[in-house]
Design a binder for this molecule. Sequence first.
Ligand code: GDP
Ligand code: MN
Length: 390
Amino acid sequence: MKLLEHEAKALFRSRGVPVPPTGGVIKTLGRLSGALKRAGKGPWVLKAQVLAGGRGKAGGVKLAKNASEAKAAAKAILGMRLISPQTGPQGVLVHEVLVDKATDIARELYLSIVLDRREGRPVVMASAEGGMEIEQLAREKPGAILREPVSPARGIDDFQARRMGFALRLTAEQVTSFVKMVRALTRLFIDYDASLVEVNPLVVTKKGELIALDAKMSTDDNALFRHPDLASRDDIEAGALEKQAKKVGISYIELDGSIGCMVNGAGLAMATMDTVSLAGGRPANFLDVGGGANADQVTRAFQIILKDKRVKAVLVNIFGGIMKCTTIADGVLQAVKKVHLNVPLIVRLEGTQVAEAKAILDKSGLPMIQADSLWDAAQKAVKAASEAPR
Ligand code: GDP
Ligand code: MN
């Protein structure tokens, strides 16, 4: 789960990590003056709250010297479609703006904690080249990134953080607050089962203080049950169909193509998407109905796929391993009778009792195109989708 900047900053604050004074998040212009008051004397900075970085360059971060500039900034950001390298070309709509007191910046540094899968533990990364995206930094100046592995049990050792602080050319006094900050953030990372805590930029103010100017945090969804404070928050990343699928235990991810894919097993679902692409089509979704793949589950999956108006053909690719193909064929028939199928349906079954299953589908008289292999199915689906009028 990804946290918004203001959510991550609230956690930072709770652990004593310095962040700018804030007026909170607003959704309407009417709330602006209250937020400015809460943040304290101007200038202020207004920041789009979306789950993507690169907001600064995309016009989602604006400084305001006075109330009228703040109003113009809030007007421009609220409701904007923010397009950054991290959002994809369609961008994301901005519903919320964070109003913080602006900070006088002397230096911008980079600090993050990520899970290093190769080392099997967290690693703290820092660089004097703040503000720059870490991916770009890793490509262009890998030597400028400092790394310290962290013990998952003990957290970071002070000498490690101190070594980092001096390498960042901080003063002795700043190193002391840097060590405190790194220790607190590492603790936060471990406590929240995070996969990322990133502060970019970590700034040194003109007065010489260290402040987390930006905050990014991702946690492991599989550990959400341990964090009721996070689990209760609405999943803002998922679309309406994705939420509906989650409720009925179907793994579904919306994509932008025209071929709806219904598959059992995540591996087979991915192979199906690849094959559709290879055949010149684009999958409308990733969908794994699960190992059971009974009539109910198949019906629900159909209902979700068909709600996506971009779907011009549905490709069912199910392997009868745990379940016999005949059971699956019955399930597909039941589902097709129940849902209003208004696009071509291509079915490819494989596995136990496949011949009997194909006979069941043939005899049903329902409109569907049977396929003999995944490649055959993908080609038929691509052809059907390109010919569909819908
Ligand atoms: P991001 O582009 O999504 O990573 O958003 P950031 O919160 O990192 O802001 C982008 C840039 O805006 C920062 O690197 C700063 O240069 C600038 N910025 C953000 N807040 C302030 C502020 O309070 N004062 C000043 N002077 N610049 C700021
Ligand atoms: Mn940033």
